[in-house]
Design a binder for this molecule. Structure first.
Ligand SMILES: Cc1cc2ncn([C@H]3O[C@H](COP(=O)(O)O)[C@@H](O)[C@H]3O)c2cc1C
Ligand SMILES: O=C(O)c1cccnc1
Length: 409
């Protein structure tokens, strides 16, 4: 079996007995029944995922920022130059992006995964690393391809794809109590950007599977490294266009209803973007019963990797917090491949992109945070993580009416 098939086969339903136990425990705690609203449902679901009540605390957490570029950028669907993707990867590694600030505040680790950046990466602090990083990229072999270590400590042999003893792993991005970790770069480039999905398939089926498997490997490496909550992140100029096409393909919604303003585009650009999504859907007629085919025809490399990351988390029975519209579109692909994977998903926030709410409704997930964010990078997922941890902590820490001597009604 392939890694994808094995992973899908390992995903099962939530444990009903653990959920019933968590539900019963909630009723004994010193609070009016139901007073924690959505957090009670979340605590019960975390118990069902882990198979124990109370559920383990979802920590440590790591946000994995999957980066890729998009051939559809040629249709002028985003006003930003494509090079911004690679430049932001450097910014993530230098710790200067919004997601780094939020992760620092929350105590989450950051791993950046190059699954398909089109322009050369300039890695901060790595002498001569520019371009070398781009030469790396065996399909779907994260460990073997080599992760680059902490900022400023790039292993030149690793960057050139030469095995140097122990294969580096995304697991090194997992923080331990009292010790923060520098952002880490994982080289796992499947191809240098996609093709223009409005004129041809974004990628081949093999490339889509390879990208999905990159995401699975990153999830496995993080869980093996001790992570107990996975957070999704994305970076890819133009990536709200494939996200819209994926959401239309999986939900049946109209292109005009799921296509938003991304980084903040004017009316003319938005009209062109809706038409591009419509053209792609008419050209490929993506079949939601063939999720890999949908990802290959109208998706993106980071979308496919995120689908795999979600599947990997679900197979390891670790919660995965979805960020914005890119993660939501990828989650639809994951759910189409393995419907039980939804049990591991937590909707971190409701992105201002219109497709996000449509995707979440289709998945049956309610967002934890609604602050009008429309950034991506994993920012909404990182913000939601303490809420998820609080839902679990209630079932650990809160006294019962009996133990605290509080009278019941
Ligand atoms: C400086 C900068 C930082 C970002 N961080 C996330 N995105 C977000 O915006 C992009 C998607 O929007 P669109 O489809 O309109 O291009 C993605 O890279 C996404 O992660 C950024 C975009 C920019 C410009
Ligand atoms: O919802 C998101 O994550 C998002 C929205 C706009 C641009 N980039 C990402």
């Amino acid at each position: 079996m392939t890694l994808l098939a094995d992973t899908v086969a390992a995903i099962g339903p939530l444990d009903a007995a653990a959920m019933a136990a968590a539900d019963a425990r909630h009723a004994t705690l010193t609070k009016p029944p139901g007073s924690l609203g959505a957090l009670e449902e979340l605590g019960v679901r975390l118990a069902g995922l882990a198979g124990t009540s109370p559920p383990p605390l979802p920590e440590p957490a790591v946000v994995a920022v999957f980066a890729g570029d998009h051939g559809v950028h040629a249709q002028r669907v985003s006003p930003w130059p494509q090079e911004v993707t690679a430049q932001m990867v450097a910014n993530f590694l230098a710790g200067g992006a919004v997601v780094n600030a939020f992760a620092r505040q929350a105590g989450a680790g950051v791993v950046v995964v190059d699954v398909g950046v089109a322009t050369p990466l300039i890695i901060p602090g790595a002498a001569g690393a520019a371009g070398a990083a781009d030469a790396v990229g065996a399909v779907g072999a994260v460990g073997a391809v080599g992760a680059v270590g902490a900022v400023g400590a790039v292993d030149a042999a690793g960057a050139a794809g030469v095995a140097t003893g122990e294969p580096p792993s995304a697991g090194r991005a997992v923080p331990t109590p009292g010790r923060s970790v520098e952002p880490l770069l994982v080289h796992a480039k499947v191809r240098t950007g996609t093709q223009d999905l409005s004129v041809q398939a974004a990628m081949t089926r093999d490339e889509a599977v390879a990208a999905v498997e990159v995401g699975i490997r990153v999830a496995n490496d993080l869980v093996d490294g001790g992570a107990r909550c996975l957070l999704t992140g994305d970076m890819g100029i133009g990536n709200t266009t494939p996200a819209a096409a994926l959401i239309a393909a999986f939900t049946g919604a109209a292109a005009a209803d799921v296509t938003g303003r991304g980084t903040g585009i004017d009316d003319e650009t938005h009209g062109r973007k809706v038409a591009v999504v419509q053209r792609a859907l008419a050209l490929h007629r993506p079949d939601p019963a063939d999720p890999v085919g949908v990802l290959a025809s109208v998706g993106g490399l980071e979308h496919a990797a995120l689908a795999g990351f979600v599947l990997g988390a679900a197979a390891r029975r670790v919660p995965v917090i979805l960020d914005g519209v890119i993660a939501d579109s990828a989650a639809l692909a994951a759910a189409a491949l393995a419907p039980d994977a939804v049990g591991a998903m937590v909707a971190g926030h409701r992105s201002a992109e219109p497709g996000a709410a449509i995707a979440l409704r289709h998945l049956g997930l309610g967002p934890l945070v609604d602050l009008g964010l429309r950034l991506g990078e994993g920012t909404g997922a990182v913000l939601a993580w303490p809420i998820v941890a609080s839902a679990a902590r209630v079932l650990h820490d809160v006294a019962t009416f009996d133990s605290a001597g509080v009278a019941e009604k």
